[in-house]
Every structure is written in structure tokens, then in C-alpha cells.
Design a protein around this ligand. Structure first.
Ligand SMILES: [Mg+2]
Length: 219
């Protein structure tokens, strides 16, 4: 964890979903690429959206949706995810999700969480929303506007380079989650590097204002 500056202020946390709030590895992108004919190393969403024929695009999205739905049913909360989400909510932090997955698959996966549900998030942005997906900063900028928080006070947490790139381009703070070495290395510089989600508690304790106290009795 790199604590470089004392000028940072965090008022909202936007999480990537797959491999960040859920255990990594539920989606096998190699298998999905083969199924939709996407060349190795090319992002699947961008490949499908580049298909000339609308019928081909619709068919490819059907295949992707089926893989995602099955992975969502099998997925489990990532280590420490529910504890950290409860901690952030108790601190009065606005918490959201920004994902390249479909909203349906996110909701299905959240059904496997025991202590956290969809309603606990102030915002859930998915590829079903009208924003270009990460690494575009569009969704993060929109989320900051909707949450009423300056984007510079939003922390974006994710396990993939697109999460960090999108957060950085939006002007947000970024935290790359290594999942103890199982994430692909991130070539994009991030404000923080986390081995596991539990480390977020220390960051938020350092950089988030304490919740307002509704009444105070002075001496
Ligand atoms: Mg991810």
C-alpha cells in the first residue's frame, strides 16, 4: 500500500465487480473469446460491438450473457468483500459498482452474498447503461455526478488495468487489487495497490472524513 499524499480525500468508493467484489476466476475470457470468435488479447465487448452485422452482434451478446449468467450463479464474494462493504457503509461512505458485466449477472451474483444486497449500493452501473465501458472514464464521471461527489474524491477499486485506467482518466483516485498476485499485473500507475480488500479499511480511515455527528453536547 502506498500512502503518498495527505491531500487525498475519499467520499465515495466505486468497485469493479467481477474479480474485485467476487472471487477472481469465475469468468474464463479465453473460453468466451473462442465462443464468439474474438481474437486472443482483444477485449470481448469491444470486439462484439465492432461486428458489422446487428444479427451477429445480438448472437454474440447472447453467448456472452449465457457465460456471464452461469459464472454469476457460481460466483462467491471475494475474501473480505462483505466486511469491507459493511465497514464503508458504517462510515457513511457512498458505495457503488461499475462493471462491464450485465446488470442481470451482477444481481444474480449478489444473491450469493450473505450480508450485502443490491440495495446496499448507492449506484450500480453496468454495460446496460448508456456509457462507454471502462477503460472509458464516462461511467465514473456519471457516477460521481449522480452521487453528488467531486470525482477527485471518488476511489475506484479494481483488479484489472481497465479499472485503473478509467479511474485515472476520470480524475478519480485509484486502487489496484492484486488479489495476492492472482490479478494480471497492472501497467497503469494507481494511487494505491491492495493485496486484498481488507486493506481498504486503513486507506479509508486515513483519507475519509468521519461521519457527521447529529448532536454534540459541549462542556
Ligand atoms: Mg474485474
Amino acid at each position: 500500500m502506498d500512502l503518498q499524499s495527505s491531500t487525498k480525500l475519499i467520499r465515495a468508493v466505486l468497485f469493479d465487480f467481477d474479480g474485485t467484489l467476487t472471487e477472481p476466476g469465475s469468468l474464463d475470457f479465453g473460453v468466451i473469446r473462442d465462443a464468439v470468435g474474438c481474437p486472443k488479447g482483444r477485449p470481448v465487448l469491444e470486439f462484439i460491438n465492432s461486428m458489422a452485422s446487428q444479427a451477429e452482434r445480438a448472437e454474440a451478446f447472447k453467448i456472452l450473457d449465457a457465460f456471464e449468467a452461469e459464472a454469476a450463479r457460481q460466483s462467491r464474494p471475494n475474501a473480505g468483500a462483505e466486511e469491507v462493504l459493511e465497514f464503508l457503509r458504517a462510515r457513511g461512505m457512498k458505495v457503488g459498482i461499475i462493471s462491464r458485466n450485465s446488470l442481470a449477472s451482477i444481481r444474480t451474483a449478489l444473491d450469493n452474498f450473505g450480508r450485502i444486497q443490491s440495495l446496499d449500493f448507492a449506484i450500480i452501473l453496468s454495460r446496460d447503461d448508456p456509457f462507454n465501458p471502462k477503460p472509458s472514464p464516462e461511467g465514473i464521471l456519471a457516477a460521481a455526478r449522480i452521487l453528488g461527489v467531486p470525482v477527485a474524491q471518488v476511489l475506484v477499486v479494481g483488479d484489472f488495468v481497465f479499472d485503473v485506467e478509467a479511474g485515472h482518466k476520470a480524475g478519480a483516485l485509484t486502487a489496484f487489487l492484486t488479489n495476492r498476485g492472482s490479478s494480471h499485473p497492472c501497467a497503469y500507475p494507481s494511487d494505491f495497490t491492495l493485496e486484498h480488500l481488507g486493506e481498504l479499511k486503513e486507506i479509508v480511515s486515513l483519507y475519509a472524513p468521519l461521519p457527521a455527528i447529529s448532536s454534540c453536547t459541549g462542556y
